[in-house]
Design a protein around this ligand. Structure first.
Ligand code: KIV
Ligand code: ZN
Length: 525
C-alpha cells in the first residue's frame, strides 16, 4: 500500500492555549514555536490576533521567529478579524490565514442568529477577503460534525470556489465517533467538485476520549491534515494529542498507510517544554510522553523485557526521545560526561549554558543521591530560561512561620540586592522581599508544587500565576528545597513583568524621540 503524507497542524499555541491555566505570554509562545518547528510540524497556529494586543504581538513574534513551518493566525469570518490576522502575519516566511464560521443548525440559530443563506454568503466573502491578503487560506466549518452533511457540501463548495486551500471539518464539541467521521469526510469529499485540489483537515476535541481515534478515522475518510496539540491540551477535555496520533500512525502503518514529517525523538522534549512553560503537569500514565509510559513494574513483564523487549514494548522509548536508562551521572561525573548526556538527550547548549548547568548539577548531585533525566531536563530548561532573566535568585533564607521572616538576595547583571520582609508564611514573606527589591507589587493567584522525580529527595517543581495590575504572568522554578522552588518561580514571573515594562518604556522613549543612549541614561524618559 502506498504511504500518503498527512500534514500536522499544531494548534498548541492557539486552541491548546485555550486550556484553563495554559495561557502563554509572547516569549513563551516564541520558545515553544521554535521547538514545534524543530519537531517538524507543517503548520504552527500561533493565536487569534483580534483577541487582544498581547495576542496580536504573540502571533507577530512567532511569525518572525519560525523559519520552516507555515504560521497560521485565526480569524472569525469578519473583515476586522481577517485584516488583523493578516497584519500579524505580515513578516512570516510562510503565512496561513485560518478563518471560520459555524455551520450547525444549533450554532447558526442561537449563536450566530444567521440563516443558512447568510452563512453561505459570509463564507464566500471571508475566504475571498482572506485570499486577497494572504496566499494560503484555511476555512473551518465550526461544529461540522453536528452539521447537516448536504449543507456542509454547499459551504465547502463556496469556500473552495473562493480560493480556500484547506477545508477543515472540526468536531468542535467532541461528539462524533470514528465510523461517523470517516463517512462524513468521504461524503463531503465526494460531493465537492474539485475537492482533489484542496486539503481536507480534521480537528477533534476529546470530550468522549475519542479525539485520536476520530483523527485517524478522518484520515481513512480522506483527510490529509490533522490538527492537534502537544500533550493534548485544549478547550475543556482538550484536543487530539499530537504525540499519540503521530505514534499511532507510525506504529500501525499496516492499518494506517499514512505518515508525516514529525521527528519523533523531539516528542518528549516538546512535551516537557510545554509542561514547564504552562505549569500543566503531564499525567504519569499519559501515552507516549508520560513518565511511566515505558516503565515495566511487574516481575513477569520485566522478565519478558529482558528476554525480548518486544514482548511488552510496541515502540521503543528512544524513538520518542526518552532514554532507556534513566539514571544519570553522580556528583563525581565531570563536565564532559554531563555535556555528553545532554547531547544524548537532544540538547544543544552553549559553553556558557553548559558551565551554568554544571554548577547547578553539582549543587543538585550534592543534595540528591540519584540524578534522573527528568532532573536534568528541569535544570536545562531553567538554565535556558535564565538566559532571558532580568533578576536571578542568589539566596533565600526563611525563619519562623507566623509571622515568618525572609531574607532574599537577587542578582541583576552582577549587582546584588538584598532585602528582608515579614509575612504570613515563608513564601509570603520572601515574595514581599522580592517585591521590595524590584519595586513591584505582585499578587500570587495560583501556586502549585509537585515532585519532578521519584524519591524523598526529589526536585520540587513550583508553578505560580502572579498578577501585576491587569496582567497575569506565569513562572516556574525547581529546587530540592520547595521554598526556594517557589521563590524561583515567583522571580521568573517578576522577570517577565519587568521585561514587559521595560520594553514598553523603550517604545515610549522612542516615541518621544529619545536615542538608545538617552533611554539608557534616563535623560529623555
Ligand atoms: O474546535 C473548533 O471548531 C475550532 C475552530 C476554530 C477550528 O477550534
Ligand atoms: Zn478547537
Amino acid at each position: 500500500m502506498p504511504i500518503e503524507r498527512v500534514r500536522i497542524f499544531a494548534t498548541t499555541l492557539r486552541d491548546g492555549e485555550q486550556s484553563p491555566g495554559a495561557s502563554m505570554d509572547e516569549s513563551a509562545k516564541v520558545r515553544l514555536a521554535i521547538q514545534l518547528d524543530r519537531l517538524g510540524v507543517d503548520v504552527i497556529e500561533a493565536g487569534f490576533p483580534i483577541a487582544s494586543n498581547q495576542e496580536f504581538e504573540g502571533v507577530k513574534r512567532v511569525a518572525e521567529a519560525v523559519k520552516n513551518a507555515q504560521v497560521a493566525a485565526l480569524a472569525r469570518a469578519l473583515d476586522k478579524d481577517i485584516d488583523r490576522a493578516a497584519d500579524a502575519l505580515k513578516n512570516a516566511a510562510r503565512p496561513m490565514l485560518h478563518t471560520f464560521l459555524a455551520t450547525s443548525d444549533i450554532h447558526m440559530e442561537y449563536k450566530l442568529r444567521m440563516t443558512r443563506g447568510q452563512v453561505l454568503d459570509a463564507v464566500g466573502r471571508a475566504v475571498t477577503r482572506a485570499k486577497g491578503l494572504i496566499p494560503f487560506v484555511e476555512f473551518s466549518a465550526e461544529d461540522a460534525t453536528r452539521s447537516d452533511w448536504d449543507f456542509l457540501v454547499a459551504v465547502t463548495k463556496i469556500a473552495v470556489d473562493a480560493g480556500a486551500d484547506v477545508i477543515n471539518l472540526p468536531d468542535t464539541v467532541g461528539y462524533t465517533t470514528p465510523d461517523e467521521i470517516r463517512e462524513m469526510f468521504r461524503y463531503v469529499i465526494a460531493g465537492v467538485p474539485g475537492s482533489e485540489k484542496v486539503i481536507f483537515s480534521s480537528h477533534n476535541h476529546n470530550d468522549l476520549g475519542l479525539a485520536v481515534a476520530n483523527a485517524l478515522a478522518a484520515a481513512e475518510g480522506g483527510a490529509r491534515q490533522i490538527e492537534c496539540t502537544i500533550n493534548g491540551i485544549g478547550e475543556r477535555a482538550g484536543n487530539t494529542s499530537l504525540e499519540e496520533v503521530v505514534m499511532a500512525m507510525r506504529t500501525r502503518q499496516d492499518k494506517y498507510p499514512i505518515d508525516c514529517g514529525v521527528i519523533s525523538e523531539e516528542l518528549v522534549p516538546s512535551s516537557m517544554l510545554l509542561s514547564k512553560i504552562t505549569g500543566l503537569a503531564v499525567p504519569f500514565n499519559k501515552p507516549i510522553v508520560g513518565r511511566n509510559a515505558f516503565a515495566h513494574e511487574s516481575g513477569i513483564h520485566q522478565h519478558g523485557m529482558i528476554a525480548n523487549a518486544q514482548t511488552y514494548e510496541i515502540m521503543t522509548p528512544e524513538t520518542v526521545g526518552r532514554k532507556r536508562s534513566d539514571l544519570i551521572l553522580g556528583k563525581h561525573s565531570g563536565k564532559a560526561g554531563l555535556a555528553k548526556r545532554c547531547a544524548e538527550l537532544g540538547y544543544e547548549l552553549t559553553e556558557e549554558e553548559t558551565k551554568q548547568l554544571y554548577d547547578q548539577f553539582i549543587v543538585l548531585a550534592d543534595r540528591k543521591k540519584e540524578v534522573f533525566d527528568d532532573d536534568l531536563h528541569m535544570l536545562i530548561l531553567g538554565v535556558q530560561q535564565e538566559t532571558f532573566d532580568v533578576y536571578h535568585l542568589d539566596q533565600v533564607r526563611c525563619a519562623g512561620s507566623d509571622p515568618a521572616m525572609a531574607l532574599v538576595k537577587l542578582n541583576r547583571g552582577g549587582q546584588v540586592f538584598t532585602d528582608t520582609s515579614v509575612g504570613d508564611g515563608p513564601v509570603d514573606a520572601a515574595c514581599m522581599a522580592v517585591d521590595r527589591i524590584v519595586g513591584v507589587s505582585g499578587r500570587l493567584e495560583q501556586f502549585d508544587v509537585r515532585a519532578a522525580t521519584p524519591g524523598k529527595d526529589a526536585l520540587g517543581e513550583a508553578n505560580v500565576l502572579v498578577r501585576f495590575a491587569d496582567r497575569v504572568y506565569r513562572g516556574s522554578g525547581a529546587s530540592t528545597d520547595i521554598i526556594e522552588a517557589a521563590i524561583k518561580a515567583y522571580v521568573s514571573a517578576v522577570n517577565k513583568y519587568v521585561a514587559y515594562q521595560e520594553s514598553q518604556n523603550i517604545v515610549a522613549a522612542r516615541r518621544n524621540g529619545a536615542t538608545p543612549e538617552e533611554y539608557q541614561t534616563g535623560a529623555r524618559l
